[in-house]
Design a protein around this ligand. Structure first.
Ligand code: ADE
Length: 224
C-alpha cells in the first residue's frame, strides 16, 4: 500500500509515522507514506495556496490549482484506488470503513484547512469524503493520521500477533473484553480466577460473555 498525503502543514504529519507500529510497518516495507506540501505546487513568490471565498464571508479557502497540480503529478506516476478528502461533513470513519480501505493499493489523502477546499475539487477530484467524528478540527491532518493508523495496523504483517486485530473492539460490533497482566494480586486487587486457570475453552467463553456485557453497558447502540 502507498499513501500520499497532501497538506499545508506537513510538520503535523511527521511524528505519527516515526514511532511504534506505524514506523515499523514503514520500515518493513508494508506501507509507504509520502507527505506533500501543497505550497510546493503553488505559483508566484508568495506560493499562495488559499484565497478569500467568493460571495464574502470569514475564512480562507484552499485553491483548486495547486491541488489539481499535485494530484495530477501523483496520478501521472501511478494509479490510485481512492482520492480521499478529510472533512467534518464526510462519512464518519468506523472499523468497517477502515477494513475496506486496508484492502486498497494506493490512496491519496487531501487534508482540508481553514474553511475547506474549493467545492470544484470535491466535485471533480475526490472519490471519498471521510470525517473522524462530529467535531471540528483545525485541519484534516490529525484526521489523516487517525485514518492512516486505523488502516495501516490492519495490513497483513503489521501486527506481530496476526490475530490481535481480529479481536479488537468493534471488529465484530462488540467492545473488547477486559484484559489483565502481572501481578496477579496488586494491593488486594485480584485478577479474575478464570484467566489464571489455564482452561482455554472456559477463558474464551468468559471473554465472549464479558465482551457482550461491556457492550450492553457502555455501547448498547452497537447491539441493535
Ligand atoms: N477536518 C476538520 N474537522 C475534521 C473532522 N472531524 N474529521 C476529518 N477532517 C476534519
Amino acid at each position: 500500500m502507498r499513501i500520499d498525503i497532501i497538506t499545508v502543514v506537513p510538520e503535523i504529519l511527521k511524528s505519527p509515522f516515526e514511532a511504534s507500529i506505524l514506523k515499523r510497518a514503514i520500515e518493513k516495507g508494508l506501507v509507504e507514506v509520502h507527505v506533500h506540501n501543497l505550497r510546493d505546487y503553488a505559483e508566484g513568490n508568495y506560493k499562495q495556496v488559499d484565497d478569500y471565498q467568493f460571495g464574502g464571508g470569514a475564512g480562507m479557502v484552499l485553491m483548486i490549482e495547486p491541488i489539481d497540480k499535485c494530484i495530477a503529478e501523483l496520478k501521472s506516476q501511478r494509479t490510485y484506488d481512492e482520492v480521499i478528502y478529510l472533512t467534518p461533513d464526510g462519512k464518519t470513519l468506523d472499523q468497517k470503513m477502515a477494513n475496506a480501505l486496508s484492502l486498497l493499493g494506493n490512496m491519496i489523502i487531501l487534508c482540508g484547512h481553514y474553511k475547506g477546499v474549493d467545492q470544484r475539487v470535491r466535485d471533480t477530484m475526490i472519490t471519498r469524503e471521510i470525517s473522524i467524528g462530529d467535531y471540528v478540527l483545525s485541519g484534516g491532518e490529525l484526521g489523516a493520521a487517525v485514518l492512516c493508523d486505523a488502516v495501516i495496523r490492519l495490513l497483513p504483517g503489521v501486527l506481530n500477533d496476526e490475530t490481535s486485530a481480529l479481536t479488537d473492539t468493534f471488529q465484530d460490533n462488540l467492545l473488547a473484553p477486559p484484559v489483565y497482566t502481572r501481578p496477579r494480586n496488586y494491593k488486594g486487587l485480584e485478577v479474575p480466577e478464570i484467566l489464571t486457570g489455564g482452561n482455554t475453552k472456559a477463558i474464551e467463553t468468559w471473554r465472549e460473555e464479558q465482551a457482550f456485557l461491556r457492550t450492553q453497558n457502555l455501547r448498547p447502540d452497537l447491539l441493535k
